[in-house]
Design a protein around this ligand. Structure first.
Ligand code: MN
Length: 283
């Protein structure tokens, strides 16, 4: 199943090149009073609501994907967890350029652990990236994004994939500089998620997916998730050993080599096999 959010408030199932409106399922999410739950209500019940979602989708003809504005597939990510330098060749390119990548940030993930991005940085493909400081370098980083489906802690690697609700493409947009990662990577629009969530049964094995990123049609990043230093189960296990993971939490698994600057007007096109293509504009 491929599920998306679009046109601000709509929920859709993606089939082929069409989106079927299943927004009515939101009525099934229950009534909540203050204080609201911290997690994402739809992601938390995705498995249980799946028959309803599929039945709703069958009832209507759908609209072409190209005719809608895609939002982040997760409406309310409680936290966005991200892996620093998690591909060997990206480590090498960073280590070779201490002007762009201050040495203090270029350490192995075993030393650094993971970091957090502000959830207010999350947008969908339609909104695009707004460069926060035009006089500083803002880079693209394409990453496989893992969306957590249940509340869990101290998850062993052996069962880690069972807590995953789905996968999408993530752009971990990054302001280069000396500040802490969580600060530089958290401006509004610096986390682009999309184009939709693909459930694990539809994606299959996430440990050998080709990915690439092009800017204005020129390929800059090309890699395979088999080259991750800490693989997905290890990232889930590590993160959940420090804090509880909740439905809708996102783990950005790290970017491969080839990161580079984007400027206003650029079209970023990120592809991960089995998921699709995320196209977004830089403003
Ligand atoms: Mn990154």
């Amino acid at each position: 199943m491929r599920i998306c959010r679009y046109d601000k408030t709509r929920i859709g199932l993606v089939e082929g090149d069409r989106i079927h409106d299943v927004t009515a399922v939101a009525d099934r999410l229950g009534r909540f009073g203050y204080p609201l739950p911290r997690h994402d209500l739809l992601i938390a019940r995705l498995g249980e609501l799946r028959p309803d979602l599929e039945a709703l989708a069958r009832r209507e003809a759908g609209v072409p994907i190209a005719s809608v504005e895609l939002e982040s597939p997760v409406a309310n990510p409680g936290k966005v967890i991200a892996a620093p330098v998690n591909y060997k060749k990206h480590f090498d390119e960073a280590a070779a350029d201490p002007v762009t990548f201050p040495t203090v940030h270029v350490r192995s993930i075993a030393e650094s652990g993971v970091f957090l991005k502000a959830s207010s940085s999350v947008v969908g493909a339609a909104e695009g990236v707004r460069r926060r400081f035009p006089d500083r370098r803002t880079d693209h980083e394409v990453e496989l994004a893992v969306i957590i489906g249940e509340t869990c802690g101290f998850v062993p690697e052996s069962s880690a994939l069972s807590v995953v609700a789905g996968y999408c493409i993530g752009l971990d947009m990054t302001l280069r500089g000396s500040e802490d990662r969580s600060f530089r990577k958290s401006p509004d629009t610096y986390t682009v998620l999309g184009p939709w969530l693909v459930t694990p049964d539809e994606l299959g094995d996430p440990s050998a997916l080709d990915m690439r990123l092009a800017v204005n049609g020129v390929v800059r990043q090309q890699a395979n998730t088999r080259d991750l230093i800490f693989d997905i189960p290890r990232l889930i296990s590590l993160a959940s050993s420090f804090y509880t993971l909740e439905p809708g939490d996102v783990i950005l698994t790290g970017t491969p080599e080839g990161v580079g600057e984007v400027v206003a007007g650029d079209l970023i096109s990120a592809t991960i096999d089995g998921i699709g293509v995320l196209e977004t504009r830089v403003h």
